[in-house]
Design a protein around this ligand. Structure first.
Ligand code: WT7
Length: 681
C-alpha cells in the first residue's frame, strides 16, 4: 500500500517537507503563492501594544541590530540581571563566539527569583494540565514564581546531595510534568548542565546520550501518560543502566503509579528526597559562557550530536525572541501555550527559558492532542483562555484531517497570535490554521530555526510583517540570513541555494560536545566564514525566505530530525538484514515519512510479519518516531559502479514518482525492474 500525499499539493517551492538534493538547488521556479495577509487591524492594541508595531519599525530595528550588533545586544542584555556586568558584548573569532564576555548571571534567577524580588511572586508562571480526564475534569496545577523558586531551590539541594557539582551534566528523561521544568531550572540554579532526552526515545538511545554526556545522575518518572497508556520510562532507564556502569543515581518521580523496580542504592524516590531538602539554595553566578545544556540531535552520520548551549547568550536571545515573536506582555491577561515536548529545543527555549523572563503564564500539557478526543487542544485553549498558541505543521494537518467539528465546539476567540515551527508548512495547512483556528484575525508566525540556533532566526513579527502562506518571511533581530552558492556568493531572489547565517548571534551553538572536528565540518566547512544551516532555501521578490528542506541525509519526520544513517544502522543490527537504505517519502500528516529498502540474509522469508518485526526493532533501537512507514525488500540496492547508493532513485520510487534520473550508471539494471515491480504489488 502506498500513502498518498493528497493534502500536500506541490506548493510554490516544490513539495513542502520533501527533501532537496544538492543537484536540485539551482532549479528556477516561479513562485505561485500570491496571497498576502497584512497584520489584522488593531492587532497591536489587542496585544497590549506591539514591540514591533510596523514594517518601518521592524526595518529600523533590524538594520540597527545588523549594523551595530554590540550596541543592540548590549542594550537587550542589560534588561537582565547580572551579578557581574559583562565587559565586552562580543568576542568573535569565527567560528567561535563569546557573548557578554566577563559577565556572570544565572538563568534561573532571571526566569524565577527575579520575578519574586520584583513583587510578582504570586503571579502564575506555569499552568500545567495532565492528560487523564476524570469526572471532575483533568488535573490542573498552577505554579507561581514563588512556587518555582521554592521547588527549584529544594531540587537544587537534592542534586547537590547526590554529589552534582557545577559543570556536571544531569540527564533528564521524563514526561511533560511540572517537575521536568523544575528539574531543568534546578540544574541551572546550581550551575549544573542538563541533557534532556525525549521520553519517546528508547533505552539504547539513552545509553548513547548518557555515555556521551558522561552523566552520573538520571532523573526520570515511573511512567508518562500518552493517549491513555503508560510509557514505561523507568523500565527504559533500568534497561539502559545495564550498559551504563557510570550512573550512580537515578531519581524517580511517581506519576503513573505503574509497577517499577527500585535498585538500591542507585535508585532514589523523588518525593522522599524533595521532602527532606532545604528550601534555601542560592542561584550560582555563572560565567556567560558556562555550559547551560546539551541537547542531542540527529545528523547525517550515525551518532547523534550533543549541541552545546551556554548561559548568557542563550538567556538573552531566547527571551528577546519569545517577546518579539509572540508579543509577550505581562499584565495583559495573556496566556501562552507551546505544545512542544521539553525533549526538543522548542520546549527548552519556548516553554521554559524564553518564556519565564517575560512573565506571561505558560501552559504545559502532558499528553496527546487526541485524548480523550480530537478536540483536546481546543478544549485547553478555551478553558485556559490561551492568547498565543504555538504548534507544528504536522499537528495542524492531523487536526485538518480529524475535521472542523472538533474545533467548532470551542470558543477560540481569545487567540491572538498563532505560531508554527519544525518543518515547512504547506499553504493548505496554513490557510486552515488561519481560518479555522485563527478566525482570520490572528497573524501566523512561521518560525524557522534549529536546535543549533537556540532561538527563532527567520520569522514574522505579528503586528508588523505581512505574511504569505508557506514563507517564514524575514530574519529576526540581529540575524544576517542569506541564500548563497557554494562559494558564499549571495544568489538573486528566486534562486534556490544554501541557507547561511553570516554573523554570529547570541544563542548560537558553541559546539558539538566532545567533537570539535564534526562541529567545524558540519557547520563551518561548506562556505567560508558562514554558518551553514543544512537547509536549502530561496527568497522571493519581496525578499521573503522559503525553506525548501534539508540538504543533508536528515529526514524531518513530524518536525523531528532523524538521520537516515541512524535508521539504517538500527535496521542492519537486526539478524535478518544484510543491507539497508533509508530515504524520505511524502507523508500526509508527518510531512516526511521514512522509507526503507532492505536486503535480507538468504533464506529469510519476506512477509508482513517481518515488516512488523523490523518496525518494532527500529522502535526499540531508537524510538517509535523512527519506525519506517514503508519497508520494501529487494535482492540488491541500486548502486553506481563506484558503489554509491542511488538515493534519489529510491526517493522517487518511495514517492511513487517516475524517476527522471539517469540510470545508465546503475551497476545492476535488473534491480530497477524488481523495485518498480514491487511497487505495483
Ligand atoms: C530543522 C531543525 C526549531 C525547532 C524544531 C525543529 C526544519 C524548523 C521550520 C520552519 C521550515 C523548518 C528545518 C531546520 N524547520 N522550522 N518554520 N519552516 N522548516 O528543530 O530538530 O533542530 O530541526 O527543522 O529543516 O533545519 P530541529
Amino acid at each position: 500500500m502506498r500513502l498518498r500525499y493528497s493534502l500536500l499539493k506541490p506548493g510554490p517551492i516544490g513539495m513542502p517537507g520533501a527533501q532537496m538534493n544538492n543537484e536540485e538547488i539551482n532549479i528556477e521556479s516561479v513562485l505561485a503563492e500570491d496571497r498576502v495577509f497584512e497584520p489584522p487591524p488593531g492587532c497591536s492594541e489587542t496585544l497590549g501594544g506591539a514591540f514591533i508595531p510596523s514594517m518601518e519599525a521592524y526595518e529600523t530595528a533590524w538594520r540597527r541590530s545588523i549594523e551595530d550588533p554590540e550596541g543592540y545586544w548590549g542594550e537587550v542584555a542589560n534588561e537582565f540581571e547580572w551579578s557581574t556586568p559583562f565587559t565586552e558584548v562580543l568576542d568573535w573569532k569565527c567560528p567561535d563566539a563569546r557573548w557578554f564576555v566577563g559577565g556572570r548571571t544565572n538563568i534561573t534567577d532571571n526566569c524565577v527569583d527575579r520575578q519574586v524580588r520584583d513583587g510578582h511572586g504570586d503571579d502564575v508562571a506555569i499552568i500545567w494540565e495532565g492528560e487523564p480526564v476524570e469526572d471532575g475534569g483533568p488535573e490542573i496545577i498552577k505554579l507561581t514564581y514563588r512556587d518555582l523558586q521554592r521547588e527549584t531551590a529544594r531540587f537544587g539541594n537534592v542534586l547537590k546531595s547526590l554529589g552534582v557539582e557545577k559543570g556536571d551534566v544531569v540527564t533528564i528523561y521524563m514526561g511533560m510534568v511540572p517537575e521536568v521544568a523544575i528539574a531543568m531550572l534546578a540544574c541551572a540554579r546550581i550551575g549544573a548542565a542538563h541533557s534532556v532526552i525525549f521520553g519517546g526515545f528508547s533505552a539504547s538511545a539513552i545509553v548513547d546520550r548518557v555515555n556521551d554526556a558522561d552523566s552520573k545522575v538520571i532523573l526520570t518518572c515511573d511512567g508518562s501518560w500518552r493517549r491513555g497508556s503508560v510509557v514505561p520510562l523507568k523500565d527504559n532507564v533500568d534497561e539502559a543502566c545495564r550498559d551504563l556502569p557510570g550512573v550512580q543515581s537515578v531519581v524517580t518521580l511517581r506519576r503513573c503509579n505503574n509497577e517499577i523496580t527500585m535498585h538500591a542504592p542507585r535508585d532514589r524516590d523523588w518525593h522522599e528526597m524533595v521532602s527532606a531538602a532545604d528550601e534555601e539554595c542560592p542561584c550560582e553566578p555563572m560565567d556567560s559562557e558556562a555550559l547551560l545544556f546539551l541537547l542531542y540531535t540527529s545528523g547525517s552520520t550515525g551518532k547523534p550530536k550533543g549541541i552545546v548551549h551556554t548561559t548568557g547568550g542563550y538567556m538573552v536571545y531566547t527571551a528577546h525572541t519569545a517577546r518579539n515573536t509572540f508579543n509577550l506582555r505581562p499584565d495583559e491577561e495573556q496566556v501562552y501555550w507551546c505544545t512542544a515536548d521539553v525533549g526538543w529545543i522548542t520546549g527548552h527555549s519556548y516553554i521554559v527559558y524564553g518564556c519565564l523572563p517575560n512573565r506571561v503564564p505558560t501552559v504545559m500539557y502532558e499528553g496527546a492532542p487526541n485524548f480523550p478526543a480530537e478536540d483536546r487542544f481546543w478544549d485547553i485553549c478555551e478553558r485556559h483562555a490561551v492568547t498565543q498558541f504555538y504548534t507544528a505543521p504536522t499537528a495542524i494537518r492531523a487536526f485538518m484531517k480529524w475535521g472542523d467539528e472538533h474545533v467548532q465546539r470551542h470558543d477560540l476567540s481569545r487567540l491572538k497570535v498563532l505560531g508554527t515551527v519544525g518543518e515547512p508548512i504547506n499553504p493548505e495547512a496554513w490557510m486552515w490554521y488561519h481560518r479555522t483556528i485563527g478566525g482570520e484575525r490572528c497573524p501566523i508566525v512561521d518560525t524557522w530555526w534549529q536546535t543549533e540556533t537556540g532561538g527563532h532566526m527567520i520569522t514574522p513579527h505579528p503586528a508588523a510583517t505581512p505574511t504569505v502562506p508557506g514563507s517564514c518571511t524575514l530574519p529576526a533581530m540581529g540575524i544576517d540570513a542569506a541564500i548563497v552558492d557554494e562559494n558564499g556568493e549571495e544568489l538573486p531572489n528566486g534562486t534556490g541555494g544554501l541557507l547561511v547565517i553570516r554573523k554570529p548571534w547570541p544563542s548560537m551553538l558553541r559546539g558539538i560536545h566532545g567533537d570539535r572536528e564534526r562541529y567545524l565540518e558540519t557547520y563551518w566547512s561548506r562556505v567560508e566564514g558562514m554558518y551553514t544551516a543544512g537547509d536549502g532555501a530561496r527568497r522571493d521578490e519581496r525578499g521573503y525566505f522559503w525553506i525548501m528542506g534539508r540538504i543533508d541525509d536528515v529526514i524531518n519526520v513530524s518536525g523531528h530530525r532523524l538521520g537516515t544513517m541512524e535508521v539504517e544502522s538500527a535496521l542492519v543490527a537486526h539478524d535478518t538484514v544484510v543491507e539497508a537504505a533509508v530515504v524520505d517519502m511524502p507523508h500526509e500528516i508527518k510531512g516526511s515519512g521514512i522509507a526503507a529498502f532492505v536486503t535480507l540474509a538468504s533464506g529469510t522469508v519476506e512477509d508482513d510479519a517481518l515488516v512488523e518485526e523490523l518496525r518494532r526493532h527500529v522502535g526499540q533501537e531508537i524510538g517509535a518516531i523512527a519506525k519506517p512507514d514503508m519497508i520494501r525488500f529487494t535482492h540488491a540496492l541500486p548502486k553506481t559502479r563506484s558503489g554509491k547508493i542511488m538515493r534519489r532513485l529510491l526517493r522517487d520510487i518511495a514517492a511513487g514518482r517516475d524517476s527522471n534520473q539517469d540510470t545508465t550508471t546503475l551497476e545492476d539494471a535488473s534491480i530497477m525492474d524488481k523495485l518498480r515491480g514491487n511497487e505495483e504489488s
